[in-house]
Write a protein that binds this ligand. Structure first.
Ligand code: NAD
Ligand code: ZN
Length: 282
């Protein structure tokens, strides 16, 4: 175990442009259940998964009804998220960014815990529970920028975007809903650019997010090489090191997209990696 942590720390130190991708697994130690782990919301309650698929459809058919139901419902499937605090894994990622090693964090999580932990260059791929978004121009708003209760009382729902009058919905991306184009574009660029990808706590089965490591893996560095016979050949080497930290192997492990996996808890492993990075650098 120690050796593999040393290896990950060394790879991070050697990298020029490391990025991190995270999923629900990084937040389980903050008390938020994941969806597909052994204690996941859907593993235990498949009906909740079926309902989750209906949200975006509902919004498209009837934005007013979507908003009325949303405001009347007490909490979402993940419970009350505003009271939850980041854990050691979130803080470790923010610290690696502060140290100049991690250049950006792309998360699938909607819990806003990376933001709370201090990550700055952050892409919330599936949105944030704490924000609202205009479906026309992608502008994001804090919830308190709209008096939703008043709009409900006055029959004025759905909220409208102040700059383009587009319909505003919750920022979280529902099933079947396209990933907001700005986040989708930036994430692809980061995956294309990075030379190290640290993937933490995701089952890597939700697409298109799960494509990002596959996109990165396709890149190769090419060099011309003279063969013994005096001919030139092209030599290809992978352009990226992909490391997973997850409780269990994933399709990325099985398909050999990742170079190696550190199995265990992100809240324990990530801080150990940070300590090791500090040791190497001093
Ligand atoms: P997932 O539930 O499909 O998979 C989580 C993975 O993390 C599993 O492989 C599990 O074994 C592993 N895991 C659990 N706890 C861990 C820990 N402490 N350390 C390391 N690994 C751990 O999650 P996903 O891949 O992110 O896909 C679920 C989708 O649902 C996401 O797209 C996300 O938008 C949403 N979701 C978000 C939250 C959140 O915001 N916290 C929670 C649940 C689901
Ligand atoms: Zn707008």
């Amino acid at each position: 175990m120690e050796r593999i942590i040393e290896r990950a720390a060394q790879d991070l130190v050697n990298s020029k442009y490391a990025i991190t991708l995270t999923g629900a697994g990084i937040s389980t130690e903050s008390g938020i259940p994941d969806f597909r782990g052994p204690q996941g919301v859907w593993t235990k309650n498949p009906e909740a998964e079926r309902r989750a698929y209906l949200g975006w459809q509902r919004f498209q058919e009837d934005p007013k009804g979507y908003w009325e139901e949303r405001l009347k419902a007490s909490t979402g499937a993940l419970g009350e998220l505003s009271a939850v605090e980041p854990n050691a894994g979130h803080y470790a990622i923010a610290e690696l960014e502060k140290m100049g090693i991690i250049k950006c964090c792309i998360t699938q999580n909607v819990d806003a815990l990376h933001e709370k932990a201090g990550s700055k260059n952050l892409y919330e791929y599936h949105g944030s529970f704490a924000k609202l978004r205009c479906v026309s121009c992608n502008a994001r708003f804090r919830r308190d920028e709209f008096d939703l209760e008043k709009l409900l009382r006055e029959g004025q729902l759905p909220p409208r975007c102040p700059s383009c009058q587009g319909v505003v919905k919750g920022d979280t991306v529902g099933f079947g809903e396209p990933i907001p184009s700005d986040v989708a574009q930036h994430s692809l660029e980061e995956a294309w650019r990075c030379d190290l990808m640290l993937i933490c706590g995701t089952s890597a089965v939700v697409y298109p997010f799960a494509n990002l490591p596959r996109v990165a893996r396709q890149r190769t560095i090419e060099a011309e090489r003279k063969t013994e016979a005096g001919l030139y050949a092209v030599q290809r080497a992978p352009a990226v090191t992909i490391i997973e930290i997850n409780a269990e192997p994933t399709p990325l492990t099985h398909d050999m997209i990742s170079d190696y996996i550190i199995t265990g808890k992100t809240g324990e492993i990530l801080p150990q990696i940070v300590e090791e990075v500090k040791r190497i650098r001093t």
